[in-house]
Each structure stands twice: as structure tokens, then as C-alpha cells.
Write a protein that binds this ligand. Structure first.
Ligand code: FPP
Length: 237
């Protein structure tokens, strides 16, 4: 069965650029092209949820000029692509902390979400200023505050109660997480949500990713035997 929700760690823009003697900014620009191809291909393949790791809460530690390049690319992506996404019935959601973002970026994120709120063909979730530990800590703080105010009984709190305070409330967990560029780690991405995700690590750098790489990752996913902690059906005696 095809994954309902694919999440992607778009890694390797810098290495792709270096291998071609180009500045890192050229790698990120090529990364946006790959992102466009991938969103289209995912839509055509019938993937209902696509989450992309666009900027992590740790990415602020990169040189100022690179952070500013990435912010510029997000602005451009929303300004240029929002109309097409909306036309294609894509609902955009942003996960991550909104604190400390430049006001025009914060406004663009709100605009992207509110314009596309009624769309139902596909969901594009952009993880921006996102870090999973930060998300979990904010959720923990929220439940602690509610318990303190007497609105939530800590003894009776369920996993659903906790998940309802995460940025991803209402979203299905990712079935498949793809990471490009050969690295094999989660890098603070969807730690809670990835509990039963399948991982596919591809050697290509993100700017080289496109419809055939997406199809290959989905094929690998379809070969996996997902048991969610249980045993295979044929082993039940
Ligand atoms: C990883 O490459 C990529 C990122 C840090 C950000 C991903 C960003 C894009 C695909 C373009 C921007 C898109 C939006 C919508 C903001 P890297 O720089 O870590 O590559 P390296 O590990 O080879 O140096």
C-alpha cells in the first residue's frame, strides 16, 4: 500500500553545490526546484500528506548570510508558488515555533495557511523553525499549565491528549521518512510522530531528487513489513 504521509529531510544542498564549484546558495536554490518537482509528483501519485523539513531550529547557527538566503527562499517559495498550490487544491500547514520570526515571514505563513485552509486534495506541511524537542517541550508546558489550572487531570492524561498539544495535531503520523544525501539520522525531526515510520535513506543530494527518486522510495516502502509492535499476520497460530 502507498504511504498516506511522506516526510522528507531535504539534505545535501551544500554538498551538491560544492561538487559543482558553486556557492551554497546555489544549492539551496536548486533545492527549491527539487521541492517544486516533488510536491507535483507527490500530488500526481496520490500522496495525501507531504511534510518537508525546510528550516530547523538549529539552522539559526549557520552563517548569517546563509540564514538570510534560506529566509529569502521561503519568501520566494510562498510568493511564487502559493497560487499554484492553491489552484491544485493543496492545503498548506506550517509546523514549528513562530517565535522570533521576522514579521513579514510570520505574516506569509499565516497567509499560506489561511488561503489554502479549505483545500482537500493534498496537504503540504512545511516544518519551519522546527525542532522536535522544542515542539515536545512546548506541548509538555501546555499540559502542565492546564493541569495547574485544574483543567486536565495528569493521572488520566492519554497519548491523544498529549499529541493534541503538538504542532502536528490532527495530522496522521508519517508512514515513510525519506532523507537524501546518505546521512542516516533524524536530526530532531518528528521524534514523537516517527514512532512507527519506515525510513528510506537515499544517496542522492536533495537537488537531484525528483519523481523517479520519489517513486523508488515508495517502492522500497511497499516492500516493508510493518507490524507496529505486533507479529506478522501469517505468524498468528
Ligand atoms: C540541507 O542542505 C537543506 C536545508 C538546510 C534546508 C532545505 C532547504 C531547501 C530545500 C530550500 C529552501 C526551501 C524553503 C521552502 C525554505 P544542507 O545545506 O544541510 O546541505 P549539506 O549538508 O550538504 O551542507
Amino acid at each position: 500500500m502507498k504511504p498516506a504521509h511522506i516526510a522528507i529531510i531535504m539534505d545535501g544542498n551544500g554538498r551538491w553545490a560544492r561538487a559543482r564549484g558553486l556557492p551554497r546558495s546555489a544549492g539551496h536554490r536548486a533545492g527549491v526546484e527539487a521541492l517544486r518537482r516533488t510536491v507535483r509528483a507527490a500530488g500526481e501519485t496520490g500522496i495525501r500528506w507531504l511534510t518537508i523539513y525546510a528550516f530547523s531550529s538549529e539552522n539559526w547557527s549557520r552563517p548569517k548570510s546563509e540564514v538570510s538566503d534560506l529566509m529569502g527562499l521561503l519568501r520566494l517559495f510562498i510568493r511564487r508558488d502559493l497560487a499554484e498550490l492553491h489552484q491544485n487544491g493543496v492545503r498548506v500547514r506550517i509546523v514549528g515555533s513562530r517565535e522570533g520570526l521576522e514579521p513579514d515571514i510570520a505574516a506569509l505563513l499565516v497567509e499560506a495557511e489561511s488561503l489554502t485552509a479549505g483545500n482537500t486534495n493534498m496537504n503540504l506541511v512545511v516544518a519551519f523553525n522546527y525542532g522536535s524537542r522544542d515542539e515536545i517541550l512546548r506541548a509538555a508546558r501546555a499540559v502542565a499549565m492546564e493541569a495547574k489550572a485544574g483543567r486536565l487531570d495528569p493521572e488520566k492524561m492519554t497519548m491523544e491528549d498529549f499529541a493534541a498539544r503538538l504542532d502536528t495535531v490532527g495530522m496522521p503520523d508519517p508512514d515513510l521518512i525519506i532523507r537524501t544525501s546518505g546521512e542516516q539520522r533524524l536530526s530532531n525531526f518528528l521524534l514523537w510522530q516517527a514512532a512507527y515510520a519506515e525510513f528510506v535513506f537515499l544517496p542522492c543530494h536533495w537537488p537531484e531528487f525528483g519523481p523517479s527518486e520519489l517513486a523508488a522510495a515508495i517502492r522500497l516502502f511497499e516492500e516493508r513489513d510493518r507490524r507496529f509492535g505486533s507479529i506478522a499476520q501469517e505468524a498468528v497460530s
